[in-house]
Write a new protein. Sequence first.
Lengths: 394, 342
Amino acid sequence: MNDRELPVTGPAATASTTPWLLRTPAFFAAVSVAVGVIVGGVVLLVAGFNPILAYGEILAGVFSSPRNVAAAIVRSTPIIITGLSVTFAFRTGLFNIGAEGQFIVGSLVAALLGFAVNLPAILHVPLILASAFVAGAAWGGFAGLLKARFGVHEVISTIMLNWIAFYLSNFMIGLSWVQRPQSEASHKIADTARIDILGAWKLSEQGLAWRAANSGSFFAEVLRADVNWGIVIALLLATAVWYILNRTTLGYELRAVGHNRDAAEYSGINVRRCTTLSMAIAGAIAALSGAIQVMGRTQDITKLAIMEGNGFDGIAVSLIGNNTAFGNVFSGLLFGSLVHGGSRLQVRLGAPSEIIAIVIGTIIFFIAIPNLMRVIAALYRRRATRSTAGGSSK
Amino acid sequence: MRNISVVAIVLVAIITIAGCQRSDDAGQADGSQPIAIAMVTDVGGVNDQSFNQSAWEGMQMSRDQLGVRISYAESGQGSDYGPNLETMYDAGNELIWGIGFLMADAIRTAAVSNPSQKYAIIDFAWQDTPNNLLGVVFQAEQPSFLVGYIAGKMTESGIVGFVGGISGDVIDQFDYGFHAGVAYANPSARVLRQYADSFTDAARGKSIASQMFLEGADIVFAAAGSVGDGVIEAAKEQGRWAIGVDRDQNYLAPEHVLTSAMKRVDMAIFNVAEGLVDGEWPGGTTKVLGLVDGAVGIAPSSDKHVPTALLAEVRELEQQIIAGSVRVPFNRATFADYGYGN
């Protein structure tokens, strides 16, 4: 996981001249966040908003109440998982732009099986998860196969597959047996397919009475968010991804292909198989994210006017998380919290969502390029070396 | 590293100093707390040149004329509706609007969860509306019929086009109203119909409209949110006519927007706000707004391009619709029932 240590450029002299703090990854992360926040603040300032007030609102938007904390976690869940998908492919040297489409395929499968199949919950939920997994694996694996067999670049093919998934989903929702009357959405999934926490209960008469009686209490507040088991699944998936990549032969082969295709091939690894398999698993993970979103939150799929961005955000989440399994959990939580807290900026300060998106984008951008920080540190170190040792560094 | 720190400190200082300048809109001068009204947009966003924007204009009108406090939240994706509504609830608003039928489920859930909070929605009606919820729907088929009538009379090629957003009850009103209007004016005219399956994809609107112009259409009506921007763009490029929707869209292309089928979401929002200020709240019901209420109609700018004689006919037609002597279909079934064939 830690193949991204600082590049040690100078001789042993650097160790003595560079303060210890400057060499820790945590320091770079902190500086990156700080710079991102400052530049984002300048953007806010230029747009005419008080940055301190604005950041205060974002923080309050995440931490001011149990509902907000829960909602931020709920908002983060899908992008943590799509981030894992992107990470998985990335470690094999593949850029999975297709998480968006795989997400849509997963939600489509979940919605269809959710209302069309009648099973007890103990079977229904696993059936949907397994089906979404298989469908996503096929969707992502197809792009991998095209790459392995015909050298079609996965960026191109997955972008195309995104659109195919998008229109396939919209087309399916238009079918008479799928569409819920008087809506632009599919039928609601059965209660047995739901993985939200007390979702049906909280709108029942009893639930409403309990919530009214206990309004303001911790649990009543948390229940106001769309709480679901998705985050638990996300953590399990992160563990699984970490385990496969770092503790299995398959993971070793995949990473070897990611480091150097030719060397991997030369050493007897089946690169084609790895390419297909990596994209298939990545696709399966992203599809699980879509299925979890339907089972845990939306309970149906709606005709999409634009792509929702769960998969695309996953790319950013993966990059911020340094393409490591657990890095995704933290970066996903950060990203999701910013998005959830950012909405409060609009409510309280009237900031247009474009400005909010630019500020969040700026922060994310700076976090995602700690390499820049490394370069700056290297420059500083070189100068320091020169001034103390008379310019002996390269 | 010291340089970076210095830069950082200076930046923070600038931000702090400059940031403190802006702290306006605090309460009213007389000290009384104004009513707060909030709206949550659907995924179209508040600058969609159409429906959500019209709603926001109604909010701004309410602020300027009634002195209410206003705020809005845009939804990035469908699953944001719920959290946005809850955030608005926390912000302490008297009334929370959901703009657009896409939000129907979310707002009903919110209304059931928070029975003491007032909610309202544009473009949706329930059989059993909770008491803290108000539905507002428009007879959009009426202005669509009128612009269809204008299109039917003014087309030179005998072919006009209709571009829909995502098909459903709401867009059906525009679709069948327009078709009926064209047929009423000019039974031999042909109407091309295509759906963009989107309310936001302007590029798709442009390509659909360009195709329709290629097929000989000279007037295209778009009822599709921001997709219509592309339709207007295509009309501008090819020197044909577009018909705007929801708001008076003539300003988007003054020489190429013939007229607009207005659905005064702003009026509806303003009227409800006005009632609220007077302590009036028709919760649990559905308001149906049409020509009678002045909440729909053709755009004021129509007199720029539509001949006066034709406008006079349209005025007469309006009266006939209000009187009920001309019936306007709003879906496939009524289209057939009212004798417009298929």
